[in-house]
Write a protein that binds this ligand. Structure first.
Ligand SMILES: [Ca+2]
Ligand SMILES: [Ca+2]
Ligand SMILES: [Ca+2]
Length: 327
């Protein structure tokens, strides 16, 4: 239904990521290393065996393709919103979790990315370069003309809805380095939440709305932190010299899923909220990133280039039964 166009290079990916150098997967993904299992701190062996059994014959046959990224589930778990450059510059798309009903949401010539579905299921927040620099936007699924919410020449990106649907959490570099901000979904001035010399990226509120999980960059290292309460008490959950990034909560708030390069390439890991019990769910030598739990807690959607292009995949929350979301 939607032909996939080979863009011939990482241009769109660079547009999405270069300002903060988060993820140069289009180039790094071609430089895959097989990670040593010995590097993993606490491998869930049963899951690993299951995975290897299912994918021992898997191959990185495709060398190029479109960049499908940043999936987020609808509140009812039936659909997934994601960004994709399959029809040109990166736009937002909807697809049913079974891979049916692909629908294009935005048609900007610019790069639209990082969609976040509202708790009431009616709106999508996202970021876009359509007005010259990265800003936060919101669109209704009934009235898909996006409303611009931020107006600052600095990078404003990766919005995430508060559980009560009244505010958006995002990061901005308007004050010199990346900090977290929140703002009313109706608009107005954002409120700055962090004041550090580090970079805070890619954050989300816990299901209770009382905590924030974020990736923090300091001294060329990225780790997962949880910020608690108005005073922003910082709790560091990971301490690995490799990159730990792109965290997201489980629906009950007891666990956090994230991507890490600690085994030599990006894989999906789960850690308990208290920082214990880290467990890796993927061991494919490809890039496995951008994981989000389904609202019912049973599945995790993520992005992988294990077949060449970056596509959406769904596995159980235990890391089994991986399938690509066709479409
Ligand atoms: Ca901006
Ligand atoms: Ca900071
Ligand atoms: Ca991997």
């Amino acid at each position: 239904m939607f032909p996939q166009l080979d863009k011939g290079g990482p241009t769109e990916t660079e547009k999405i990521f270069s300002p903060v150098d988060i993820l140069m997967y289009a180039t790094e993904g071609n430089n895959l290393q097989r990670g040593s299992p010995l590097l993993r701190t606490r491998v869930c062996l049963a899951l690993t065996v299951s995975w290897l059994g299912a994918f021992a014959t898997g191959a990185l046959a495709q060398q190029s393709g479109s960049f499908n990224s940043y999936p987020d589930w609808s509140p009812d778990g039936a659909s997934i919103v994601f960004s994709s450059d399959r029809l040109g510059s990166s736009d937002l798309f909807l697809i049913a979790a079974d891979g049916s009903g692909l629908r294009r949401l935005t048609t900007s010539d610019s790069v639209d990315s990082h969609p976040s579905w509202s708790p009431d299921g009616r709106r999508i927040a996202f970021d876009s370069h359509r007005d010259g620099n990265r800003e936060i936007y919101m669109m209704s699924l009934d009235e898909p003309a996006p409303i611009r919410l931020t107006h600052d020449p600095a990078w404003d990106g990766s919005p995430f809805w508060s559980p009560d649907g009244t505010r958006l959490l995002f990061y901005s570099e308007r004050d010199g380095n990346a900090e977290l901000y929140e703002m009313d979904v109706a608009g107005g001035e954002p409120t700055r939440l962090t004041r550090t010399s580090f970079n805070e990226y890619y954050a989300s509120w816990s299901p209770s709305g009382t905590e924030i999980v974020t990736e923090v960059e300091s001294e060329d290292q990225r780790d997962i932190y949880v910020l608690t309460g108005a005073s922003g008490v910082r709790e560091r959950l990971t301490h690995d010299p490799s990159r730990d990034h792109l965290p997201a909560w489980s629906p009950d708030g007891s666990e956090i899923v994230f991507a890490s390069r600690r085994a030599g390439n990006d894989d999906i890991y789960v850690i308990q909220r208290d920082g214990t019990g880290i467990c890796n769910l993927t061991t494919d030598p490809a890039v496995d990133v951008m994981a989000k739990w389904s609202p019912d807690g049973r599945y995790i959607v993520f992005v992988s280039n294990r077949r060449g292009a970056f596509d959406l995949y769904i596995m159980t929350a235990a890391g089994t039964d991986v399938r690509r979301v066709e479409g």
